[in-house]
Design a protein around this ligand. Structure first.
Ligand SMILES: Cc1ncc(COP(=O)(O)O)c(C=O)c1O
Length: 450
């Protein structure tokens, strides 16, 4: 209900003073936590109150996120959590990496957003650097603020270039939840309520190159030719599903043969997450369009991009505002992107992810051998690892047991019995070891309840 300006100013002043307070008394902290839970329930979405472990499993007081550094974050009460969730893939460089924060604060002190008329230096610079670090002839970029918008742009570009409108996606695939992208959604429960009017998309089982070929042959034969094939290098929301080694190379060859654009969704797998700079690098494949996001902003700013070849990009030139957005490519985000790429290469985060991922998979295989009724298997590439449990309830128990032991892990949208381990790529071996010991103690507890 609308309030007087005086009342609104009371609220904003109080929140801004909490925001800038150097220290709060225990009483003030508890009051603020209670108020935040009420704000969520009354004004945001009360569904989250029973959904978030930070409310259901945090003990007497909900966990209110307050600060973080590297792979550890703290709640308002000073409780510490080892971050193996990584904000669902945004913290590959860790939380608040000093070099990335520095680049953003330097730009912030100069000018936060852009006039929209003068040329934006960091936008040009980031586009050039992205061309330098992506495979094949990928060259031209467009910047936006989240993964969904990157895939939306890629789909529009593929439609413009091919003059076709049908796409192929995969069962279990996740590319975003906008009305446009629900068409590509590989999980029924998100798609069904909005089915009416979704665009024409054919689904194949992920990793099945024969099925992809059959679909392309079928569509070609009836003249409903495919504009693009949208694939994740490793399925993220489905829980770290790795395709057979022939999948990407065959998808590349088939797309070329049938004139469909190969669109790599690297939103989650890019920036070193799977042990190479890009997921497609595992198979030496150059897609026609690559989408990146999440860690591209270095865990400091929202930033995403879609990138394509100069040849395909020609269709964007005659009317450059055929696709545009106000905040995309803003100077803060581009400064973050430049610093994120610098840190990724300087610290060789892809190699760190490869090494630590192999270590984790070995340790998890050992835990599976010890607790087969709890952990069914573990799979993934680099530091995008899925722990698969026999049933959802066990997965839930493990995630809440870990939360109570101060470890954050990622649930999955597409397969609820899988939990992802997705830490910062530079996480220390000591913290990984600590996480594994808390995981084993959780498994022990869950095993006694079966
Ligand atoms: C592979 C993939 N594509 C697209 C998206 C959508 O990105 P965003 O949530 O930033 O819009 C996600 C998000 O989890 C993702 O994992």
């Amino acid at each position: 209900m609308r309030k007087s300006n005086t009342e609104v100013l009371q609220h904003t002043s109080r929140y801004l003073s909490l925001l800038s307070a150097n220290s709060l008394s225990l009483e003030e902290k508890h009051a603020f936590i209670t108020e935040t839970v009420e704000n969520y329930a009354e004004y945001y979405n009360r569904g989250f109150i029973s959904y978030r472990k930070s409310v259901t499993e945090a003990g007497q007081f909900a966990a209110l996120e307050w600060s973080g550094q590297g792979s550890v974050l703290k709640d308002l009460l000073g409780r510490e959590y080892i971050d193996c969730l990584g904000g669902y893939g945004i913290f590959s460089a860790g939380i608040n990496h000093p070099k990335i924060v520095q680049a953003v604060t330097t730009q912030l002190s100069r000018m936060a957003l852009n006039s929209q008329e003068l040329l934006e230096p960091w936008r040009g610079a980031l586009a050039k650097v992205i061309a330098d670090v992506t495979p094949g002839d990928l060259q031209n970029s467009f910047f936006i603020n989240n993964g969904t918008d990157a895939i939306e742009g890629a789909v529009k570009l593929a439609r413009l270039y091919t003059k076709r409108h049908t796409f192929i996606s995969t069962i279990g695939g996740f590319h975003g939840k906008s009305l446009g992208l629900l068409s590509l959604m590989g999980k029924a429960s998100f798609r069904e309520p909005f089915q009416e009017g979704l665009q024409d998309v054919r689904f194949i089982p992920y990793g099945d190159a024969d099925a992809l070929e059959a679909e392309l042959v079928r569509s070609d034969a009836v003249g409903n030719r495919i504009a693009g094939v949208v694939l994740e290098p490793v399925q993220g929301e489905a829980g770290g599903v790795v395709p057979p080694d022939d999948f990407w190379p065959r998808a590349r060859a088939l797309c070329t043969k049938y004139g469909a654009l190969l669109i790599a969704d690297e939103i989650q797998t890019g920036m070193g997450r799977t042990g190479r700079m890009w997921g497609v690098d595992h198979w030496d494949v150059a897609p026609d369009i690559m989408c990146m996001g999440k860690s591209l902003g270095g865990g400091v700013m929202p930033l995403s991009a879609f990138v394509s070849t100069a040849k395909i990009w020609e269709v964007m030139i005659p009317n450059p505002i055929i696709h545009s957005t106000t905040f995309g490519g803003n100077p803060l985000a581009c400064a973050a992107g430049l610093a994120a790429i610098q840190v990724t290469l300087e610290e060789d985060l892809p190699a760190q992810a490869a090494r630590k991922g192999e270590y984790l998979l070995r340790e998890l295989a050992g835990l599976h051998a010890k607790y087969p009724a709890v952990l069914k298997e573990a799979h993934g590439k680099g530091l995008l690892i899925g722990m698969e449990f026999p049933v959802q309830e066990i997965g839930w128990k493990v995630a809440s047991g870990l939360f109570k032991r101060g470890v954050l892990v990622a649930g999955t949208y597409s397969r609820a019995q899988v939990i992802r381990i997705e830490p910062a790529l530079g996480i220390s071996m000591a913290l990984l070891g600590e996480m594994l010991s808390r995981l084993e103690s959780t498994f022990q507890e869950v095993a006694t309840q079966l």
